[in-house]
Write a protein that binds this ligand. Structure first.
Ligand SMILES: Nc1ncnc2c1ncn2[C@@H]1O[C@H](COP(=O)(O)OP(=O)(O)OP(=O)(O)O)[C@@H](O)[C@H]1O
Ligand SMILES: [Mg+2]
Length: 225
């Protein structure tokens, strides 16, 4: 069973002649975590943009739950099916850490008090100290904001979580804790996590590993697709 399938995917940025992605094939299953590694410029972030529906394939197709992504309403797809953890966090600056995490739940109609309680739990699970919950993002360190971003993605109820360097600003201990959390939550709640990372330990903590090289994707040695 798969939640996301990529077939013969190719992509060239507008105005450029050189393809950035070439004949990429992959299948992503619910409940599993995937690491995409590879050299700088090999196309990892571009692949995530396509999976997020932010760019459209120039060749091939992406299927979500059996439906062609090109046929889905892009706003609805991004609102309901996918959540991102980007390196620039993209937290709401005028909402506290806790409010940032509660927001996607409130948008789904969960009552404020329940969303607030669940947001506190999630912030605890990503290791954000209680004393920081009521702070605005601008008063948090990069690593602290990153943990709020991860908690928010877990709050979204999305089937697919896309994360570009989610542990990039964390120390080894927090990084390992976050990867462990993503893996256990993915298995428990049956969502799929795709992590782009340069961090060897973070990649090793995922269920499957994929390697991007010059725009092509291969299963890393010793793993199945
Ligand atoms: N908006 C753009 N327009 C044209 N080319 C782009 C654009 N964004 C990225 N590229 C090019 O596409 C290629 C792949 O970039 P991408 O950001 O996907 O790499 P990456 O594997 O994520 O690298 P890194 O590990 O450095 O983040 C690079 O050659 C890059 O210069
Ligand atoms: Mg990148």
């Amino acid at each position: 069973m798969s939640v996301l399938t990529v077939e013969n995917l190719g992509f060239t940025y507008p105005g450029s002649r050189k393809p950035v992605l070439k004949n990429v094939n992959a299948t992503f299953a619910p409940g599993k975590t995937y690491a995409v590694t590879g050299p700088s410029g090999s196309g990892k972030s571009t692949l995530l943009s396509l999976l997020a529906g932010l760019e459209k394939p120039t060749e091939g197709r992406i299927t979500v739950d059996g439906e062609d992504l090109a046929d889905l309403d892009p706003d609805r797809y991004r609102r309901e099916k996918v959540a991102f953890v980007f390196q620039s966090y993209q937290l709401m600056p005028l909402l506290t850490a806790c409010e940032n995490v509660a927001l996607p739940m409130e948008m789904r109609g969960i009552p404020v008090s329940e969303a607030d309680a669940r947001a506190k739990e999630l912030l605890e699970s990503v290791g954000l100290p209680e004393s920081l919950r009521r702070r605005f993002p601008g008063n948090l360190s990069g690593g602290e904001q990153q943990r709020v971003g991860i908690a928010r993605s877990l709050a979204s109820g999305a089937q697919i979580i896309l994360a570009d360097e989610p542990t990039g600003n964390l120390d080894d201990e927090n990084s390992a804790a976050i990867m462990q959390l993503l893996r256990t939550q993915a298995a428990k709640r049956d969502f799929c996590v795709i992590v782009v990372t340069h961090d060897e330990a973070a990649a090793a903590a995922c269920d499957r590993r994929l390697r991007m090289h010059g725009g092509s994707l291969t299963a890393a040695e010793g793993t199945e697709g």
